[in-house]
Each structure stands twice: as structure tokens, then as C-alpha cells.
Design a binder for this molecule. Structure first.
Ligand SMILES: Nc1ncnc2c1ncn2[C@@H]1O[C@H](COP(=O)(O)OP(=O)(O)OP(=O)(O)O)[C@@H](O)[C@H]1O
Length: 580
């Protein structure tokens, strides 16, 4: 909660002003019973009509003041809370952007979305309500009792006795409510998760006729949320009848005792009316309490969830001895006995991997599915850290480079082509914000996608749907390659990114990439790609089992020959090759 409250700091003067206006409203509310007592005792009972008019006029005047204060307070309360929510959301978003994959593994995507949207809204609304009305209710109770004691101590004491009972009741409910609403937000994560998976996999769901299954899955998650929320609300609402019972009994006692005192002429009738009036105002404030507790409990739970994200230590940052590099990389890559396992798993997916790629070379990486090819790629831009061994770029350990300097010079094309909604041009420029149109076209031409783009109705201005839904798999791949090429990378990592391309287009692409003079690593399943590379690494079960040119591997490695045979037939073998 402390961390969240710190976000109110920039608005502290506005908050003080809004609270001041709220106090004006409160003061008017509290002074009204006193004025009423005066009008009754000195005006009505004493039959002084001028007195009634005078104090009635004053009452009207201060009510008008309260009304104007309320309007201005409302304006500032919404201004402050909207900006406060914006600040938290921005900070959360920036924090998530800095997360490593290990950090991201701690939170479900849907949970992060709920935290950035619904949780922030809960906190934001609570701040708004606090500035508007919420704080008024407890203050009405406290000051109402204090003023009742001043007006008539003997009657007011009954209200004071009820207070500790009410406080105990509230404390218990606040604690319970906080826990319950934390569970509710967890269930909301689940609903959002199911919804997100469903909406992003709609084609698959329709093709597999899984609509009913998905509807059931959603219904189950939504039911859980409904049950959880209802249970939380029920618990909180239990406070209402308890608190109202306490107050109504108190009012009865005040009326009974007051009537005795009036008949014995010990007190004026106006005093009894004032104390009863305070008791009624306290009761109406209490009726708001269950609603207030609900908001606070929810905000407390949401604050915890938001703070959890904000306080996560980012575990992949620039190391203390990282050097400020200004010059461009050459692109030499060297792995020395590098081993790696994912943070959430015990299985070693790369085992003592050693190899060297000289600057400007093109290397193909071949291996069965799950052999660790993509994992190896992730270590180069330091998306993950190797658990043992070392990785060097230009003979310097990658840990010694600033992350930004390193990643700026790497063009990564992931296995699944990820595009963004927006124009074709903006998708290519995503790789280099300040790219000129000439650079964009040059990259597109080299990625062999320029002609396809020119055939689109609005060419480079054509709008892509979400994730590039209106493009074919191969077109998406080539657009992702253009996005990487526009960076003019020193190291280009293509993760099975040419799988959907025909042999001719792929050959043209690989030829065009040579213009960039960058070190290129290509994960592929195709021997035709390996044949165009300077060297191929053959990966099996996280280990490099062979490396060499196509001809060398054909001579030395049975597995490589088998793959070749399966793709090209036996004629690829020459009579002098011995089978190992
Ligand atoms: N985020 C992850 N957390 C835990 N294990 C993972 C993760 N990603 C991959 N793995 C595991 O690491 C191993 C290697 O996966 P990787 O994606 O590197 O293989 P690959 O050779 O690229 O496979 P493919 O050709 O199918 O893409 C697999 O056993 C996989 O289950």
C-alpha cells in the first residue's frame, strides 16, 4: 500500500485542496444539528420568528457553500484519480518491458493484463471515492459523537459507547475482505486467461469444432469468479445489519433517556433533537460503510498485486562492469562449453556447447525438434543467461556488453512471425524507428517481399490486421525478415524463418542477405539451406554432434546423410562415401 500511496505524491497539493473542500461539506453537515437545536429552542419554543428566519437563512447559506464545495471537490477528485491511475499503469508497463523471460515466467500474461487494467481501476476508483465521500463517513461518525458529547454529555455518551463495538466489527471485516478480494482478482485472471487464449486461437477452435468445450471452460472460470465475488460481497455486507442494529438500539436509548430528561426539565428539547440528529447522520454514514469497506478491501488486494509486479527484481540487467561500446560489432560469435536450462525446469537443454562463427559467415543449425536450436539463439542477444560456460562476441564475453548495445546490432527473426496491427511500413520500421523509406524498401527487396507489397492495394501503407492476419505464412516470414534487415544487423538470427519459402525464393533471399555483410545463423530443417551455408552445426539432444560443410558432413556424419537421403533420395550419395 505504501508503494502505491507514493504515486499520490505529485498531486499532494491538489489532494489537500480536495480534502479541504470535503471538510467544508463535512463541517456544514455537522453544524446543521446545532443550528437546528438553536432554531427549535430559541426560535420555535421561544416563539421568536425572527430568530427562525435568521438562523434558517444561515443554514441555507452554508448549505449552498457545501453544494459548491462538493462540485469543485468532484472535479479535482476525478482529475487526481485519473492521473494517479495513468501514472501507475505507465510505471507497470515500463516495468514489464524491462522484465527478463525469467521474470515473465512468474506471471501469467492474463494476470499481467488484469493487474494493469482492472487492479489499477480498483485503486483509482478507491482514491476518487476517498476524496469524494469515503473519508466523510468515518469523520462524520467521529465528529458526530464528539459534537453530541458537547451538546449533551449524558446523551452523547450512549453514542460513544457504541463506537468501539463498531470499530471491532469493521476491523474484522476489513481483514477478511482483503483476503477474499485477493482470491477474486486471481479468479478474474483466470477468466481473462481463458478469454485471451480463446480469442487468439479462434481459427483453431472453429477448425477443431471445439466451441462447446471452450464455452464450458469459460463458463467454469466465470462461475468461479461469480461465486468468489458473491462470497466476498456477502461477507462484507454482513457488517451492515450488525452496525445498524447497534446504532438503532443506541437511538432508542437516547430517545428514552432524552424524553425522561425533557419531562424533568433537565435538558432543552432542541438538545435531544440535535443528539438524535447526530445519531441519524452516523447511522446513514454507517450504511455507507459496507460499501466503503468493499472498496478498501478490494483496493488493498489490488495494491498488493500491483506492488508485486513493481517490486519484482529484474534479473537480467547490465552487469556492473559492462562497457560503454560505441563502435559497431564485427559479428564473431564463440560459444565455450555453454550449458543452459530454463529457470522453471531442471532439464539441461544445451550441454557443453562449443563452436565459433567468424564474422560475416553464414552458419546453418540443423537438428531434430526439441534439440535446443531456438534455446541456443536466445542466449546470443542475452534473452536468457547460460548457466555455465561462456559466450563471446568479438572475443569479449557478452555479459561485458551493455544489453542495448548488444541487442541493437542483432536482427532476430523468431520462429513464429510476430507482426503488429498497423501499416506494412510501420511493421518494417519497427526494426529501426528512424529508417528512411529508401531503407525500408531496400530491406523489403532483400527480404524478397517488395513485389508482394507493391501488389497490395495501398502498397507500403496497406494496413495489416492483428498479428498480420491478412498475410500468408510465407509473407509474414519475409516481412519479419525485412524488419530484422532494416536494422542493418551485424548478427542475423533466422529461426526457421525460411520454412515457408520455396527453394528459389530462399536462395535469392540468402544471396541478398550477403549484401549486409553480417554474421548469419539460420535454424533450418532443410538440407538445401544447409548446402548454401559456410558451415552447418548438427544439434542432437542439446549437444553439437557434428560440424562442417555439407560435403564434410556427408562424409563424416551418418545422421546428416540420413536427413539428406530423406529429403533428396539416395542419389545424393557418391560411390566413394563410406558409411559410418
Ligand atoms: N520456456 C521454456 N521453458 C522450459 N523448457 C523449455 C522452454 N522452451 C523450450 N523448452 C524446452 O527446451 C528444449 C529445447 O527447445 P527448443 O525450442 O530450443 O528446441 P528446438 O530445437 O528449437 O525445437 P523446434 O525445432 O521444434 O523449434 C525442449 O525440450 C523444450 O521442451
Amino acid at each position: 500500500m505504501k508503494k502505491i500511496l507514493a504515486f499520490t505524491k505529485p498531486y499532494r497539493f491538489l489532494i489537500i485542496f480536495a480534502l479541504f473542500l470535503m471538510f467544508v461539506e463535512l463541517a456544514v453537515e455537522l453544524v446543521q444539528p446545532l443550528l437546528m437545536a438553536k432554531i427549535i429552542d430559541d426560535g420555535i419554543v421561544a416563539k421568536d420568528f425572527n430568530m427562525v428566519l435568521k438562523w434558517g437563512g444561515i443554514m441555507l447559506g452554508i448549505s449552498l457553500l457545501a453544494f459548491i464545495s462538493g462540485i469543485i471537490n468532484s472535479f479535482y477528485a476525478s482529475h487526481i484519480s485519473q492521473n494517479f491511475g495513468y501514472d501507475i499503469r505507465k510505471k507497470l508497463f515500463e516495468k514489464v518491458q524491462s522484465f527478463s523471460f525469467t521474470n515473465l515466467g512468474r506471471f501469467e500474461t492474463s494476470s499481467l493484463i488484469t493487474r494493469m487494467t482492472n487492479d489499477v481501476t480498483q485503486i483509482q476508483t478507491t482514491l476518487f471515492m476517498s476524496l469524494r465521500i469515503m473519508l466523510r463517513a468515518p469523520l462524520t461518525v467521529i465528529f458526530g459523537i464528539a459534537l453530541a458529547l458537547i451538546v449533551n454529555f449524558q446523551l452523547g455518551i450512549f453514542l460513544a459507547v457504541a463506537l468501539p463495538l463498531l470499530l471491532v466489527c469493521m476491523k474484522w471485516i476489513m481483514k477478511k475482505g482483503g483476503l477474499l478480494f485477493r482470491t477474486v482478482q486471481g479468479k478474474l485472471d483466470r477468466v481473462n486467461g481463458v478469454m485471451q487464449e480463446n480469442l487468439t486461437s479462434m481459427r483453431l477452435i472453429k477448425a477443431f469444432l471445439r466451441k462447446d468445450y471452450e464455452v464450458n471452460r469459460f463458463t467454469k472460470a466465470a462461475n468461479e469468479l461469480t461465486k468468489g465475488t458473491a462470497s466476498a460481497f456477502r461477507t462484507i455486507e454482513m457488517t451492515m445489519p450488525i452496525m445498524l442494529l447497534v446504532m438503532n438500539v443506541t437511538i432508542l436509548v437516547v430517545l428514552w433517556k432524552g424524553s425522561l430528561q425533557v419531562s424533568n426539565s433537565e435538558v432543552k428539547i432542541g438538545e435531544v433533537v440535535a443528539v438524535v440528529n447526530y445519531a441519524l447522520r452516523i447511522t446513514s454514514s454507517l450504511s455507507m460503510f459496507s460499501f466503503i469497506i468493499m472498496f478498501f478491501s478490494r483496493a488493498k488486494a489490488s495494491s498488493k498485486r500491483v506492488t508485486e509486479v513493481l517490486e519484482t527484481d529484474v534479473d537480467l540487467i547490465d552487469s556492473a562492469d559492462a562497457e560503454e561500446e560505441k563502435s559497431a560489432l564485427e559479428g564473431k560469435i564463440e560459444f565455450q562449453e555453454a550449458s543452459f536450462k530454463y529457470p522453471n525446469s531442471e532439464a539441461e537443454v544445451l550441454k557443453n556447447v562449443s563452436f565459433t562463427v567468424h564474422s560475416g559467415e553464414t552458419i546453418a543449425i540443423l537438428g531434430a525438434t526439441g534439440s535446443g536450436k531456438s534455446s541456443l539463439f536466445q542466449l546470443i542477444p542475452r534473452l536468457y543467461e547460460a548457466n555455465s560456460g561462456s559466450i563471446f562476441i568479438d572475443d569479449q564475453e557478452i555479459k561485458k556488453y551493455k544489453l542495448e548495445h548488444l541487442r541493437k546490432q542483432i536482427g532476430l527473426v523468431p520462429q513464429e512471425a510476430m507482426l503488429f496491427s498497423g501499416s506494412v511500413q510501420s511493421n518494417i520500421m519497427w526494426g529501426k524507428e528512424d529508417a528512411t523509406m529508401d531503407e525500408v524498401i531496400f530491406a523489403a527487396k532483400n527480404a524478397q517481399i517488395h513485389e508482394t507489397i507493391m501488389a497490395l492495394p495501398q502498397q507500403y501503407d496497406s494496413i495489416l490486421g492483428q498479428k498480420g492476419i491478412n498475410l500468408s505464412g510465407g509473407q509474414k516470414q519475409r516481412l519479419s525478415i525485412a524488419r530484422a534487415l532494416v536494422r542493418n544487423p551485424k548478427i542475423l538470427l533466422l529461426d526457421d524463418s525460411t520454412s515457408a519459402l520455396d527453394l528459389k525464393t530462399e536462395a535469392k533471399l540468402l544471396e541478398a542477405i550477403k549484401k549486409y555483410n553480417c554474421t548469419t545463423l539460420i535454424i533450418t530443417q532443410k538440407i538445401s539451406t544447409a548446402m548454401q551455408a559456410d558451415k552447418t552445426l548438427l544439434l542432437e539432444d542439446g549437444m553439437i554432434i557434428a560440424e562442417g560443410t555439407h560435403e564434410e558432413l556427408m562424409k563424416t556424419t551418418k545422421l546428416y546423410r540420413k536427413i539428406t537421403e530423406s529429403q533428396f533420395g539416395k542419389e545424393m550419395f557418391t560411390h566413394d562415401q563410406t558409411v559410418n
